[in-house]
Design a protein around this ligand. Structure first.
Ligand code: ADE
Length: 236
């Protein structure tokens, strides 16, 4: 069976969105993975199909009800569905390539997209959801975050990326940012490609790229080099 993604959202019409185009979309068409977007509102039981309510303790905004979210999860995951359940939230642990690799090695994923101010924490914990953030900024909902996570997974499914071997050599596969790339012309507006890349010495090219990767990582993402100094989890 192919890798299966289910998205629980109040805006199912947002899917597949950009995932329907490009490499991910071709993979969908070819059955290399599947995507189902389900409306959380279908799990509401009252006449007005209510999914949210005001927060206990006061404050702005609305919170998604635990009973409705739980019913939506139950409907999406029949008995025996072993897929991990991921809740997209800015409160989550940062999305890393190591989690992407783990997810793509499994049967698929169920993604819960929050809206309003959040989701009642009891259902998040009762369902053992993995809380994941795609970055230190706030989106208006989890849908775009779910698309980011799915795109990062789907491109690693065998056959989706095509002949390219670049999936493993790129940024993060060895815990470093990637070295810079150059192509023809070798002289563009007087700007020359680094000489070593024209040398044909594979060993020197590899050493130069490694040094470049380390330098850019030190400058931009020192946390990747010494995560313990930055309070981050160790990159895989
Ligand atoms: N929902 C809103 N903002 C988010 C973020 N940064 N990551 C994941 N889900 C979100």
């Amino acid at each position: 069976m192919s890798w299966r993604a289910t998205v629980l959202t109040l805006f199912p019409e947002m899917f597949p969105g950009p995932l329907g185009g490009s490499l991910a979309g071709r993979g969908l068409e070819r059955g290399l993975w599947s995507l189902e977007a389900r409306n959380i509102r279908d799990a509401a039981t009252d006449r007005h199909r209510t999914v949210d309510d005001t927060p206990f303790g006061g404050g702005a905004g609305m919170v998604m009800r635990p009973d409705v979210v739980d019913a939506a999860v139950a409907a999406a995951m029949p008995e025996g569905d072993t897929r991990p359940l991921v809740f997209l939230t800015p409160r989550g642990t940062p999305l890393r390539q190591s989690l992407v690799r783990d997810l793509v090695a499994g049967p698929g994923v169920v993604l819960l997209c929050g809206r309003y101010e959040g989701v009642d924490q009891r259902v998040v914990e009762a369902r053992g959801m993995i809380e994941v953030s795609v970055g230190d900024y706030v989106l208006s909902g989890g849908e775009l975050a779910a698309m980011v996570l799915l795109d990062s997974c789907v491109r690693l499914i065998p056959g989706v990326m095509g002949a390219s071997e670049s999936a493993e050599e790129e940024s993060f596969s060895d815990g470093l940012l990637e070295y810079p790339h150059y192509t023809r012309p070798a002289d563009w507006r007087g700007l020359r490609v680094p000489e070593v890349l024209l040398s044909g010495h594979h060993g020197q090219v590899a050493a130069w790229r490694r040094a470049q990767a380390e330098a850019v990582t030190r400058a931009r993402r020192p946390d990747l080099l010494s995560p313990q100094l930055h309070g981050a989890a160790q990159p895989a």
